[in-house]
Design a protein around this ligand. Structure first.
Ligand SMILES: [Fe+2]
Ligand SMILES: [Fe+2]
Length: 396
């Protein structure tokens, strides 16, 4: 989606990374991503809002040139992470009169990451400082922890366009900067939220309050589509950041010889019969991005695992650690699985990896070897325990 005119004098100059398959080496990105950058032309001065991943430098400079712009006066950095700041040194070199504009924390982080940025080329701004481009004004609004501590928004005041960098981003390499149909970006946007924003949910809620107070006409993030209707991303984020989880259970599971798989089937069925939505994921083949998306909403995490020798299966441990890292709003957790000769400590091992979430633990269920009628009865009781706890939260 190169060189797109967003509104008069505001251009999209970012790049699409169609075959990016992982982000932060943590969650898959099957639909790629984009690194959005925007050129804002004033009557006297021009500003570039963010840059792109360094490996896309040539394409980015091509897109910038395609706008016909002759000079860049300001390179605004909303976020120090390299997918947005990686070409800052190239821009400063290409436009020797230009200045880097950012807040003090971001400035320090940029110079830690790219020591070649000259200190005398940096203009350090504070919350609500403005920059006059001639007939157009940029206002900088501090927005820490969406995604790192130095993040900020840039507001184009006259047009009421907010450049939010990572906030409201989507891992979606689209050929159009504006997508009108939410079905085209809902899943990549939720995947993005789960990985990048959910760990800072409390901070995200505060930033949404700020965004809501600005009465915007457009929101332009730095990954995936931009929004001509700001109510759309705000409504999705309102749902995802809400305190109350859904009446749903996530079951990440791994089974070496099929016994634990049969327990998954039984538990899933028992929960569904009680009207609970269930998301089972076989961790051997699962898209961990989908696991992360389900973590956004569920009230309970039920981890299922065989044991390997006498310890937890590493895939189950990874799923537990992923949940612990992403900090979902889930309230309850439990464990079930089969073992061969010794695996009594496996529930403790796996559930212990969820330690930072402070979840209420529902009694686990284990079977030695194949599940028996007693095992299935215990899983029915687990389903009942989950159901009653969900009811206690008023979930339906
Ligand atoms: Fe980021
Ligand atoms: Fe980013």
């Amino acid at each position: 989606m190169a060189g797109k005119l967003i509104t008069s004098g505001v251009h999209y100059v970012g790049v699409s990374h169609y075959d990016r398959r992982f982000f932060d080496a943590l969650v898959p990105t099957p639909e790629g991503t984009t690194y959005n950058a925007y050129l804002v032309e004033g009557k006297e001065r021009n500003a570039l809002i963010d840059t792109v991943e360094p490996e896309f430098k040539e394409l980015f400079l091509h897109n910038l040139k395609a706008t016909g712009v002759k000079k860049i006066d300001y390179v605004v950095s909303n976020h120090a992470e390299q997918d947005h700041s990686g070409c800052v040194p190239d821009l400063l070199a290409l436009f020797p009169e230009s200045k880097l504009v950012t807040n003090e924390k971001c400035s320090n982080m940029l110079r830690d990451l790219m020591p070649d940025i000259p200190a005398d080329r940096i203009i350090t701004i504070k919350d609500h400082d403005t920059l006059d481009l001639g007939g157009r004004t940029l206002e900088f609004i501090m927005a820490p922890w969406v995604h790192w501590p130095e993040t900020m928004f840039t507001l184009l005041k006259e047009e009421k366009i907010l450049f939010t960098c990572d906030l409201f981003g989507s891992h979606l390499a689209t050929s159009d900067i504006f997508l009108d149909d939410p079905r085209l970006f809902y899943e990549p946007m939720k995947r993005y939220y789960a990985q990048i924003m959910m760990p800072y949910r409390g901070q995200v809620v505060k930033r949404i309050e700020t965004v809501n107070s600005l009465e915007l006409k457009m929101i332009c993030p730095s990954h995936g589509p931009a929004f001509k209707n700001p109510a759309l991303p705000l409504a999705l984020y309102s749902e995802w950041t809400s305190v109350t989880p859904r009446n749903a259970v996530l079951i990440p599971w791994v089974s070496t010889h099929g016994a634990t798989a049969r327990m998954v089937d039984h538990l899933t069925n028992a929960l569904v019969l009680k009207g609970i939505t269930v998301y089972p994921h076989d961790l051997v083949v699962a898209d961990l991005g989908r696991v992360a998306e389900n973590l956004v909403d569920v009230a309970t995490i039920a981890l299922g695992s065989s044991c390997i020798l006498s310890v937890a299966h590493p895939l189950a441990a990874y799923a537990a650690l992923l949940a612990n890292t992403l900090k979902p709003k889930a309230k309850f957790a439990t464990f079930f699985g089969s073992y061969g000769w010794s695996g009594i400590k496996v529930p403790e091992q796996i559930l212990g990896l969820l330690g930072s979430l402070k979840l209420e633990i529902i009694p686990p269920v284990q079977t030695k070897g194949a599940p028996t009628s007693d095992t299935y009865a215990a899983l029915d009781q687990m389903a009942e325990d989950i159901f009653s706890r969900h009811c206690s939260l008023g979930l339906k």
